[in-house]
Write a protein of this length. Structure first.
Length: 396
């Protein structure tokens, strides 16, 4: 799972390293370039509503193998693009569909393997996203400066396929297939009797708790992915060097990795529902710091803090879904919930780019990003105060 998230998101989050090269190559506006990432993000979160149930039914290996091949093909074809429309077709579709086949199915596997320390396990599994954000953008920048942006995309695409396929063959859907139960204890009962318990996707999406989480995730996602596209251009405009601007994105990766490793365990102790609220509030506060940032130091503070809370949010959200709706259909329910993240990802980075084209300033997009996360924290808090759907169903 670590390698899968490293490949999928580490490669995807190199995007801002290529923005200036593609603007110069195709003469496109910042909004038009940002839309490439937004469309990809919409697909890789939105597709989970399809690939999650497919993983519950058919297993994850074939889906993940298909996904990493699509990711690689997206980068390779984008390296041959002759217009921005070709980039939309290659990168947005290839990477978007590829990560969509990989991410939600892999998350569902982790939830079935762990119960007591589910938050910590989720954090470890998705820490590949943080490490990928730290490692891949500098590598991409080095490849661009050494070769060209087209050759950089080609190298990244080939590497994604080779690493991803190696990880796909090691995925095991359920602990019962190895004679285990969740948390690796004891000997599992026969496979047919260890499917777990929980609400179906249809039952889950009809609950008020799902609706509240859906709205909170949508609002949060509007702002969450803006830094991954616009932090480097923002820093360059404030005369931060190109190398240091890429370091800032890497600092989000450092903070994100720390958040996934350490905060997932904290969430297990203090309560994963309340911890989700805290991560939304933390992202709102850190985005507020970004709105005041001018130099490398202040932007570094933002990047590290934002990364910590973003990492905690990504780590705890799948565990919250499993806690509230049960593990049996968790991949399908995560997929349904993540359509909200897809919509937010489609709106946020692209809107920030188009607003910049109009105002020649990032002030309004950053403040909107902070505000939507603050509102998400309020809605999440109101949502998790009620009884869980699983608890109510047991009373009937």
């Amino acid at each position: 799972m670590f390698t899968i998230t490293f490949v999928g998101f580490g490669c995807a989050y190199t995007f801002s390293s290529f923005m200036e090269s593609m603007q110069a190559e195709f003469g496109a506006s910042r909004g038009a370039i940002s839309l490439v990432f937004s469309l990809a993000g919409f697909l890789y979160f939105g597709l989970g509503v399809v690939t999650g149930p497919l993983a519950d039914r058919w297993g994850v290996r074939k889906l993940i193998a298909l996904g990493v091949c699509l990711i690689g093909a997206g980068f390779i074809l984008a390296s041959r693009a002759q217009s921005i429309l070709h980039v939309y077709a290659a990168y947005s579709l290839g990477v978007g569909l590829g990560v969509g086949c990989v991410y939600v199915p892999a998350l569902g596997v982790v939830q079935r393997w762990f119960v007591r320390r589910r938050g910590f396990a989720s954090g470890l599994a998705v820490s590949g996203i943080g490490v990928g954000t730290l490692v891949m953008p500098p590598i991409a920048l080095w490849l661009i400066s050494t070769l060209s942006w087209r050759s950089a995309y080609l190298v990244i695409g080939v590497a994604a396929v080779l690493m991803g396929l190696g990880a796909a063959v090691m995925m095991v859907d359920r602990p019962a297939k190895l004679g285990l139960v969740p948390d690796g204890e004891g000997v599992a009962a026969p496979l047919a009797s260890t499917a777990g318990h929980g609400l179906t996707v249809r039952q889950a999406i009809r609950t008020r708790r799902f609706l509240g989480l859906y709205v909170a995730c949508l609002l949060s996602a509007i702002g969450v992915f803006v830094p991954f596209v616009h932090l480097i251009p923002y820093a360059l405009e404030r005369e931060v060097s190109g190398a240091n601007a890429v370091i800032l994105l890497g600092m989000i990766g450092v903070g994100s990795t720390a958040g996934r490793f350490f905060l997932g365990g904290v969430a297990d102790r203090v309560g994963r529902n309340l911890f989700l609220v805290a991560t939304n509030a933390g992202m709102a506060a850190s985005l507020g710091i970004w709105s005041l940032g001018e130099g490398f130091f202040s932007l570094s503070v933002f990047a590290l803090l934002f990364g910590v809370f973003y990492g905690g949010w990504v780590a705890v959200l799948p565990a919250v879904v499993a806690d509230n709706f049960g593990p049996q259909h968790v991949a399908g329910i995560i997929g349904a919930l993540y359509t909200s993240v897809a919509i937010g990802t489609l709106l946020g980075p692209a809107a920030a780019g188009f607003l910049f084209d109009i105002q020649h300033s990032y002030s309004v997009p950053i403040l909107i990003s902070a505000g939507t996360n603050a509102l998400a924290a309020v809605i999440a808090w109101a949502t998790v105060r009620s009884k869980k759907p699983m608890e109510r169903s047991q009373e009937v």
